[in-house]
Design a protein around this ligand. Structure first.
Ligand code: FE2
Length: 371
């Protein structure tokens, strides 16, 4: 009885995170990674921090496309924490920075709710004003920088010097981050962390059992913040006949981390056409998938032959449909990759495609008399 009463009294302090401000990747060679994400994915290189700007410890490039900000950082010394991160995980996401209205109160509430603090609120100043930050720990070696831009006029961050883009990035038409997929050993722990600490809610529509196929089983839950702008799909491996894609990620990443970053576009056909021209490698989709597509998703605006040519996937749910495509990993390890997604009503994540892809592979196998 007393426990129950305490739970009511100690109701979680409200945490209001607005959106993803930026994602920071730690890599082995920031110059080459910045070039890669610019030339292949259409990000414009806008800012630089390194030896020439007085940063003696590490180098960072600030990339942007629409509202999608991506920071690429590498260490100058093997002793630096960035180098240690890369040595353990390979290139990957270190920071999912969250935009808030008030860093001080958000940090205090997060801590009251059981969040793990890494750095208390601090300020960074330059001629464009004052930016407030604090840092919270999350899954694996990933962090959330809390970021308050109220008194900062710049569009980047104080430590960066503007540079003019020289890479002639393709027109990728990416608008913003749509969602992030996170691989963990056990999703319950992290679902509770985001619910209790950040006040995220579990989305309803994702509890179907169509997520598993015979070769790769996984368990997925979707979490989102109050404004719906931050969506995390939390995936844990489940027992399957073969090693799942999720176990493989956890093995090569040496623990939990961001598995894929989904980029939102309003014209996926143009986006994928332009990215393919620039050399972005996407996953293979069997031809049979497109034979089976009309029966599975019904009437859609896009011509099937165009989707087939570009290998874009489609999934439908009660609210509408979505189009998506996955890239190959962006480093040699089978860890971080990207997704491009366009939404036409659907608020899902393309679960039906896991089963549809599996069935189309089996159908092709059967045609060859090998099933
Ligand atoms: Fe996704």
């Amino acid at each position: 009885m007393q426990n129950k009463l305490e739970t009511v009294v100690n109701k979680a302090s409200e945490v209001d995170v607005k959106d993803i401000d930026y994602i920071e990747m730690y890599v082995g060679n920031a110059k080459q990674s910045a070039y890669y994400f610019s030339k292949l994915y259409g990000f414009k290189v806008k800012g630089y921090s390194g030896l020439e700007t007085g940063n003696r410890d590490f180098v960072s490039y600030f990339l942007e496309q629409g509202d999608t900000r991506l920071i690429i950082s590498a260490a100058y010394s093997s002793e630096h924490p960035i180098a240690k991160f890369v040595m353990k995980h390979g290139d990957g996401v270190r920071d999912i920075a969250l935009l808030v209205d008030d860093v001080e109160s958000t940090y205090n509430n997060v801590m009251q709710n059981g969040g793990i603090g890494i750095r208390e609120p601090y300020e960074q100043k330059d001629e464009q004003g004052c930016l407030k930050k604090a840092v919270i720990r999350t899954f694996g070696d990933t962090i959330h920088t809390l970021l308050e831009r109220t008194n900062y006029r710049g569009s980047m961050l104080p430590e960066y010097e503007s540079i003019s883009d020289k890479y002639d990035a393709p027109d990728a038409r990416i608008i913003r981050y749509d969602h992030l997929a996170v691989c963990v050993e056990q999703n319950r722990e992290w679902i509770e962390y985001y619910e209790n600490v950040f006040g995220f809610k579990m989305a309803q529509q994702f509890d179907k059992d169509d997520v598993s196929s015979k070769t790769s089983s996984l368990m997925t839950k979707v979490l989102q913040n109050g404004s719906d702008k931050i969506k995390l799909t939390i995936i844990e491996p489940a027992a399957g006949e073969k090693k799942s894609q999720i176990s493989e990620f956890l093995e090569y990443n040496k623990g939990p981390g961001v598995q894929h970053i989904a980029l939102l576009t309003e014209d996926i056909l143009r986006t994928v056409e332009n990215l393919q021209k620039s050399g972005t490698e996407f996953l293979y989709t069997p031809d049979m998938y497109y034979d089976m597509l009309p029966a599975r998703v019904g009437k859609i605006d896009e011509p099937i032959d165009k989707l087939h040519k570009l290998k874009v996937l489609v999934d439908r749910d009660e609210d509408g449909y979505l189009l998506q495509i996955f890239t190959r990993p962006v480093q040699d390890k089978p860890t971080l990759f990207f997704e491009v997604i366009q939404r036409k009503g659907s608020r899902g994540f393309g679960n039906g495609n896991i089963k549809a892809l599996f069935e189309s592979v089996e159908r092709e196998q059967a045609l060859r008399g090998n099933l």
